[in-house]
Design a protein around this ligand. Sequence first.
Ligand code: ARG
Length: 563
Amino acid sequence: MAQGLDVFEERIRTALSEELGAGAAQAQLEIPKQAEHGEFALPCFNLAKARGGNPAVLAAELAAKLRVPEVQAAAAGPFLNFKLDRTALAAAVLQNAGGSDYGRGPGGQTVLLDFSSPNIAKPMHVGHLRSTVIGAALSRIFEHLGHRVVCINHLGDWGSQFGKLVAAWQRWGDEAALEQDPIQHLLDLYVRYHAEEEKDPRLAQEAKRAFQELESGADGEVRRTWKRFTELSLREFDKVYRRLGVHFDFIRGESWYEDKLEDALRWLESRGVLEESEGALIVNLESEGIKTPCLVKTAHGTTLYVTRDIAAARSRLDEFGFDLALYVVGNEQKLHFEQLKAVLRRCGAAWESRMEHVPFGLVRLAEGKLSTREGRVLLLSEVLDRAVELARGIVAEKNPNHPDPERAAEAIGVGAVVFHDLKHQRARDVVFDWKVVLSFEGDTGPYLQYTHARCCAILRKAGRPAPDPRGVDPALLADAGELMAALGRFPMALREAAAKREPMLLAAQLLRIAAAGNAFYRDRRVLGSEAPLEDARLAAIAALRGTLALGLRLLGVPAPEEM
Ligand code: ARG
């Protein structure tokens, strides 16, 4: 399924292995920093070292000897550069770029993604935004590459805090307030519980009793109340998921694994890893290089977050037989996932190596008047609302006659927030600055959307269906090498984004494509050039539009046809 530049890369590799034999295994092709150096480069340092020679001499030797169809090899010091024939490049890229299947892969694995996973009765904050957008982007990318993807929302819906919440509700609950703003009311109850717990010891008793009842599985008042809190929370979360276009195959909270916990504990026992420590049950992880033992059951007999993750991992393996299970959860849970995997390892479950924590950094607000008042968490829905509000102003200013300004504002606002998140390396902290997020210039979502809409406008203005790209004369696009190379690297960027679990690599490639695309139509007449040339250029615009649309869709950024 060679697509885009893959065809040429394969040819270069074949030629290299014919020339170097087994030594070619060490040959790492790179992308040259400067376009004039061509599309691929081979640094010869390691190769020369292995053969006891000089890198520049080896590069010159290889340049003279290598024969790669439609590729020119030239030495530049210790580098061997490969420049593709411009017509062949355009022809190869126009084969599939722009179609909705561009970059598809053979896949074949079952990839499980655990992401978003907010806690019920609490608002989703911007930290959950990261998990949601990164997880959803990865799920679409893996799916496009041909894998079977299973998306699970591991809601935080279990734990002793729900006993407290039910107790607080029974004392101070207010029906009207709950209906009006469920999450706010539940948050208020929780805060009040903690404020009064010390003054009133009966409160703790009530909370304990409530959680015991919940854990017993009895279908009474407590369970009904907890269930209602879950449903109300989900209704709120759903509003955000709908705006972001995010779907899950399973919304399965921690409580879903309740009836699998005993079995999980018995399994730990049977593997001989369970130890008693001051009435609690732990797994010692020193043999795995982790000092902190993993607490799986407290002295009070309750299980923990990690116990439920142990049960969940086993149950998921059983149900889906995953080849890969990615947990998209913040950096701060590093130890949790290390412990989880180490416990499984100690049990001899070799499949734990297929589980991977995909961590990400924090979101920080840039200082300034747009940051929230001190002490308040920034809520996800507020971020989206604010972005859409700003986008509304931009649409009114830039396109006062827009046929559907409200929809455009939603697409731009949401798209800006999503892209801003995904353009950063995920492990880094993200600084959130409204001015940057919503700018139409620079590396932003609106800039990409705008480039896409420009292509749509050109194609609309042509007043006829875009010509079949495979039918145009590729020689007429020999001057569009940068755009063709950028488009041609899309499949590779997708694969790398999946391999490194890094949507940013796709985001960065889209920015390169847009930059080359903007230069292409800025420097050339597209409409109104003579017939075969106009066809060829329109085909290039169509390939540009289609690739941007596909890439944005995979990232979860809407691509409106008009802005
Ligand atoms: N609910 C957790 C939180 O908000 C995240 C859960 C992540 N998934 C998991 N399987 N532990 O911090």
